[in-house]
Every structure is written in structure tokens, then in C-alpha cells.
Design a protein around this ligand. Sequence first.
Ligand code: HEC
Ligand code: HEC
Length: 240
Amino acid sequence: MCAPKFRAVLLLTAAFAAPALAQQATIAQGQQIATQGTLQGVAACVSCHGAQGAGNAAFPRLAGTGQAYLQAQLDAFADGRRKNPIMQPFAQKLSATERIALAMYYSQLPAPLGAPPSAVEAPSVTRSDAGAWLATRGRWSDNLPACAQCHGPSGSGVGAQFPPLAGLSVAYVTQQLQAWKAGTRPPGPLGLMPAVASKLSDKDVDAVAAYYSALATVPAQAPVQGTGNALQNNTKGARP
Ligand code: HEC
Ligand code: HEC
């Protein structure tokens, strides 16, 4: 049993711990873990996610993805809300400060370069191209907004909370959408993605996954490093 006074101290500590941790975490610390791993047995992130975090057919991209999003994913792997046999053990062996440092590091790396948005934002999308149609138009008869409304034109990601989709593998996108349908991936901000995924048939999932995996990646619309606040980040200027 803990005495009421002691409990109050615990509560206060919890309230102040998060900002204090964020102050300790540095981009340099994130970079060191990313390239060298840790003595606690965390493998260097670069060995799977690529030297610059650009990802590949098997592992998702991290570079230029919003800090708040990355941090939330690492926390969810660590406490088991997001399940994955490869990532969970690594995230569990990282301290909270280290997870913040890694999110800081990867969010400020430049997004991998690809085709300009104009090349992929086809105004001539037809209904027969189910993936492109869902991605750019949605399906309003089901109250399903276009993926592009939240993930940006050409899936480049928006701000700190909406991750990029362009260039993610078919298998990865499919697994994430199915995980939301099955309730095995945490809902994320406002439960937006479970609501979206619940309206997608298996055929829809295959179609949008194929569409996004075929898109070349483009830089995110706004710089995403810093406070995790999309509005503040937007005022920081320095667009590519
Ligand atoms: C052995 C390979 C491997 C290593 C090493 C690895 N990862 Fe991963 N990572 C994965 C896999 C596989 C996934 C996809 C998990 C899923 O399907 O949910 C992933 C997913 C992620 C995600 C979620 C991405 C998203 O878009 O939601 C983050 C964040 C992440 N890893 C960060 C890291 C960091 C930081 C490190 C280094 C400390 C690291 N990973 C090391 C294999 C690895
Ligand atoms: C109303 C806004 C909204 C719409 C519309 C939307 N998304 Fe999302 N999406 C989000 C948010 C927010 C997240 C981050 C969830 C989290 O933090 O776990 C996300 C995450 C994702 C991810 C995970 C990416 C990763 O790196 O793991 C995938 C895949 C995805 N969305 C696919 C889609 C597809 C496909 C569509 C269209 C059919 C779509 N989304 C429409 C808001 C949206």
C-alpha cells in the first residue's frame, strides 16, 4: 500500500517526467542509436530501415516522418499496444528518453526524393483504377474521405501526425489496414484510421496498397521536426 502523501509525489513525478525527458533527449543521441544500436541489445536501426531511414521493400520508411507519430509508434511497440515480433523487443529495450531521441532524429532526416507531385497527382483518375480513386477521391457514399485529404497529395505525409504512405510496400500497408480492422494496432489520433479501415473491403485494401507502394516518395509538405505540433512546424519556414 502506498501512503496518500507518497502517492501524491508519484503523481507529481509522472506529470513532470515527460517534459524533463524531452529536454534530455537529443538528435545526436538518436543518431548514435540509429547507427550503432545500444549495449542493451537494440540493433542499429539502419540495419533494417536503411542508412538514411528511407525504408525498402521489407521495412517502412522513417525519414521525414512526423516526430509525434514516430514517438507514439515506438511507445506503442514498447507497451505492447502495437504488436510486431521484430519491433516490440527493440522498443522495450529503449528508455523513454531514447525513444524520444530516435523520433527527433528520424523526423528531421530529409524525406527520400522521388517524382514531383505533379507526376503522380493524376486529374484523369478513372473509377476503374480503384486504388487511385479511393486515394484521391474517397467514397462519399460511405462517408469515406480520400486518403490524400489526410496523408497529403501523393502520400507525402502532413505535419507531425499524418505519416507518409508513398513508397511503403504492399505487404506493409495491407498489414496495417488489416491490423486496424482487427483491432491489433492502436487507434492513433481520434481513432481516424480504424474508422477509415472499417470501410475498406479486402479488395479496396489491396487496391490502395498497390497504389501507394507504386508512388515514388516526395518530400513531406512541411518540415516535421521539433515540437510535434504541426501548426508550429508550419511557421518554421525552410521548405525545400
Ligand atoms: C531487424 C529489423 C529492424 C530493426 C533493427 C529495426 N526495425 Fe523498426 N521496424 C521493423 C519492422 C519489420 C517494422 C514493421 C512493423 C509492423 O509491421 O508493424 C518496423 C517498424 C518501425 C516503426 C513504425 C513505422 C511506421 O511507419 O509506423 C518505427 C517507428 C520503427 N520501426 C523504428 C525503429 C527504430 C527507431 C529502430 C532502431 C532502434 C528500429 N526500428 C530498428 C524492423 C526493424
Ligand atoms: C481523416 C484522416 C485520415 C484519412 C482520411 C486517412 N488516414 Fe491513414 N492515417 C491517419 C492518421 C492520423 C494516421 C496515424 C495513425 C497512428 O498514429 O497510429 C494514419 C496512418 C495510416 C497508415 C500507417 C502508416 C505507417 O507508416 O504505419 C496507413 C497505411 C494509412 N494511414 C493508410 C490510409 C489509407 C489507405 C487511407 C485511404 C483509404 C487513409 N489512410 C485515410 C489519418 C487518415
